[in-house]
Design a protein around this ligand. Sequence first.
Ligand code: C5P
Length: 308
Amino acid sequence: MNNNAGERTVLVLAPAKVNLVLRVLDRRPDGYHNLWSLMHTVGLEDELHVRLTAEPDASSPVRLACDDPTLPTDGRNLVRRAAELVLERAAAQGRPVPGVDIRLTKRIPMGGGLGGGSSDAAATILGLNHVLGLGWSVSEMAKLGESLGSDVPFFLFAPCARVRGRGEDVAPLTLAGTRWVVLVNPGFPIETRWAYQRLAESRRGVRPLSAALVTLMGRDRLSWNEVVPLMENDFEGALAPVHPALTAIKTELLLAGAEGALLSGSGATVFGIFHDEAAAVRARDLVGRSEGRRAFAAPAGTGPLTCG
Ligand code: C5P
C-alpha cells in the first residue's frame, strides 16, 4: 500500500454498489428524475491501474486497455471520459499534463444496476487526483463526476450515503454493523434509459416517500437492522412483469435465508443481504447455479475508495 502524493503509479479498487432504497420521484425539467436512494458499496471490485507516462500519445493523452473485449475503450468508455475531463480541468488550472496509461480489469457485471461504469469513473478521478498531486477535495471530485453519470458522485462518498436529486446531492452515512451481500445477475442486461421509460408507462403517479424514509432524512448514523425492513425499489414493480426472472431470483434469495432481497438500481442484478459469509456463500451457490446466472458473495463495503 503506498499513499504518497505524487506517486506515478496507483491501483484503485472500484467497488460495486447496491441501492438499499431506490425511490424514483418526479421528472425534472432536464429530463432526469429526482431520486431518493440509500446506496452502499459492495466488495466486488473492478481494478484500475493508473500510470503517468512522460509523453502523451500523439492522438490522445489517455491510453486505456481493458481485459473485457466487449467493453469499448473509445469515447463511450466512462474511464476514458473521466480521465480526459480530469486532464482538461488540470490543464485549465495551469498544470502540466502528461500522458496517462490506464489498465482496467472488469469484475462487476455490466448493465447490471451495480454502478460499475460509474465506480470506474470515480476511481479514475480519484487515482488521477493522486498521481497528478492535484489536491482536489472529495466534493470537487464529485462535482466533476456529475456530468459523467448520475451514480458517480456517490462513489466518492463511499461506503454508504443517502442520495437525492439526480444523484448529485450525496450525504454520507454510517451504517452500523456488518453484512454480506449476494449479487445474482440473471444473465441479461437492462438498459437504464429503457427502465425509466417502462417505469413512467407503468405507474399513474409518484407515491410519496414513506414516513419512515422521511424520518431517516435527518440521521447520519443508522443500523442494518433498521434499514433492512425499509428496503424498496420502484423499478421492481415496473420490470417484474417483463422479466419474471427478477422475481424468481428475489424469492430464491429469501428462501435461501436472506434478511432482505431487492433489485439493484434499474436492474438486472438482484441482491440479498446476509448476516455472515457462510450464509452468503451457501446462498450464492444455491441461487447462482441456474443456467445463465452469475452470482457473487461479497462483504458490504467498509471504507472509502482509496489509492494503493
Ligand atoms: O446518468 P446516467 O447515465 O446514469 O443515466 C442514464 C439514463 O437514466 C438517463 O439518460 C435518464 O434517462 C435516466 N435517469 C433519469 N433520472 C436519473 C438518473 C438517470 O431519468 N436521476
